[in-house]
Design a protein around this ligand. Structure first.
Ligand code: FPP
Length: 237
């Protein structure tokens, strides 16, 4: 049976995977154990999104501010990402997920950059897209885009008067990706934390109290139901 507009999931869901540290603390475990459980939650939710027919899933895996954390914690997160991407490359044929990366990857270790690059290239023909935000910041993304546009003007490829919202969008990491209709932040925090600042102009935010490692398909269903209860007007009446 075709899903009606009232129950159909949004095309693009974005998630701030928050609460890993508190989840670990509640169990007397190191923060890295919380991130490992967070990576499991990501696998679970990415699979569920595919089952639902979500076309784009964007996750905040590491922000431009996360470098302030201890070297151990940063290394732990990078190790989980490395493990995940190795696994994804192995199972690529089975999962058929297209990988995309938003962020300044040049600050990541060369081996991780190489894994990202291989995952992106080897998956470009698949159609369910996962966007990993790695060393990502919404302000940084806009600055990088402005810089690249300015360079094109300096090179004579563009004129400054040409700049429109649509044109600027093509300089963002998310060029070609529709804006997320729904952004979910679990863990009880109610902030945007520099996530998808440009793309979230008309997104519906759903804040939930569950910690990310506990996030289940039923929680995603609940967020989608809440999204359908919202009256999206895009500035109209
Ligand atoms: C925020 O929780 C989470 C992060 C900064 C890292 C997210 C990373 C992962 C889920 C692992 C990445 C791996 C894959 C494969 C997706 P927090 O540590 O700020 O939690 P807290 O607010 O409770 O301290």
């Amino acid at each position: 049976m075709a899903l009606s507009e009232k129950t159909k999931p949004p095309r693009h869901i974005a998630i701030i995977m928050d609460g890993n540290g508190r989840w670990a603390k509640q169990r007397g475990l190191p923060r890295t154990a919380g991130h490992a459980a967070g990576a499991e939650a990501f696998r679970r939710i990415a699979n569920y999104c595919r089952t639902l027919g979500v076309e784009y899933l964007t996750v905040y895996a590491f922000s431009t501010e996360n470098w302030k954390r201890s070297a151990d914690e940063v290394a732990g997160i990078m190790k989980l990402l490395r493990r995940y991407l190795e696994e994804a490359l192995r199972d690529m044929e089975k999962n058929r997920v297209r990988f995309c990366f938003f962020g300044d990857l040049s600050k990541l270790s060369p081996d991780l950059q190489e894994l990202c690059c291989r995952a992106r290239k080897q998956s470009e023909d698949y159609d369910v897209q996962v966007n990993f935000c790695l060393n990502y910041g919404g302000r940084d993304e806009i600055v990088q885009a402005a810089r690249r546009f300015a360079q094109d003007v300096a090179d004579g490829k563009r004129r400054s008067e040409e700049l429109t919202e649509e044109l600027l969008s093509t300089y963002l990491y998310s060029a070609d990706v529709p804006d997320p209709e729904l952004i979910i932040r679990p863990s009880g925090e109610k902030r945007t934390s520099n996530f998808l600042l440009w793309q979230s102009a008309y997104s519906e935010y759903v804040f939930m109290n569950v910690l990310w490692p506990d996030f289940s398909p039923a929680d995603l269903d609940e967020a989608i139901e809440e999204y359908h209860r919202r009256n999206r007007r895009f500035g109209g009446v």
